[in-house]
Design a protein around this ligand. Sequence first.
Ligand code: NAD
Ligand code: ZN
Length: 355
Amino acid sequence: MSKFTGFAMKKLNEVGWVEKEKPECGRRDAIIKPLALSPCTSDIHTVWEGAIGDRKDMILGHEAVGIIEEVGPDVKDFKVGDEVIVPAITPDWEDEAAQRGFPSQTTGALGGWKFSNFKDGVFGEVFHVNLADANLAKLPENVKPETAVMLSDMFSTGMMGSENAKIKLGSTVAVIGIGPVGLCSVAGARNLGAGRIFAVGTRPNCVKVAKEYGATDIVNYKEGPIDEQIMEATDNEGVDAVIIAGGNMETWKQAVKMAKAGSVISNVNYLSGADIVPLPREAWGCGMANIDIATGLCPGGRVRMERLASLIEYGRINPDSLITHKFKGFDKVEDALMLMKDKPKDLIKPVVLCD
Ligand code: NAD
Ligand code: ZN
């Protein structure tokens, strides 16, 4: 095969199939054929909200499990035919930002995010992965591709939201937005030892999974300001950590108002729609309230994926609960993406099984 097809952002607000030359495999790289794929809310922000600006004929997608079709001669730990989890974020591990501990930001802000940002993504019959030894993880034998594809971005990002929130044993946590990412933040909070976990959301499917993943209280944001509801439920104490995984600019004000001194507001949401993020000055102690704000891009790389896979293998997380829609056949990636755009009420995550 010298040409392949993929489903692409043709330009802002337009998607379609494109044909491209097969990517070259560098000495330390790999070429992968997808086994399971999933679209991300970020693909929707990218195409229809212009969140990262315009792109021309860029293949979308950054959540994949695949089978190795080709490896470069310097790849040590992987061979043709291996089934692998592909992280959404594939950093340049030698870059100085990686050495400082921030691999997702290598070569610049969000630079570890290559697929469907500044190189073709995984919604192709084949796709290229840089630094295979550092950026791929073997799919454990007892884990299905469709289960593991939830690790690439959803669990890595959602659980990072909880890690960045510095949750301690018994901490009280609020997770705002319980789409797939927020649900993974709930799972992260529980795994890190949180006590009470408020999950802010309304959709019955998401509420059910939130409870399964460890939420102790459900807050409906359509029934009044969530800061007021959470302050009342905590006898005006507030929470030790707020994880923002959905909502709008108003959410930031509410987050500050429910945060205790010493707490962290940990954002994983992809902000769009306004240039300035508002913080309530007084509630934030005029900037002196010891309420910190943490941000981060999904952690990538091999060790991260291996650790998340071990959470599946040893029964700590059950990613299958996120999967509400399954498609069979690579060409169905288009339907899966459009479903993600339309967001029917019963949707959490769709997966595409490629064979
Ligand atoms: P999603 O749209 O499925 O989930 C967001 C949820 O928030 C929805 O269920 C929505 O109904 C709910 N919501 C809307 N308004 C709300 C409000 N006022 N209060 C509380 N909840 C409200 O999205 P997702 O796939 O779960 O992703 C969440 C965000 O994370 C997106 O913005 C996505 O682009 C971003 N993301 C970031 C990274 C990263 O690396 N930081 C990675 C992946 C996704
Ligand atoms: Zn994503």
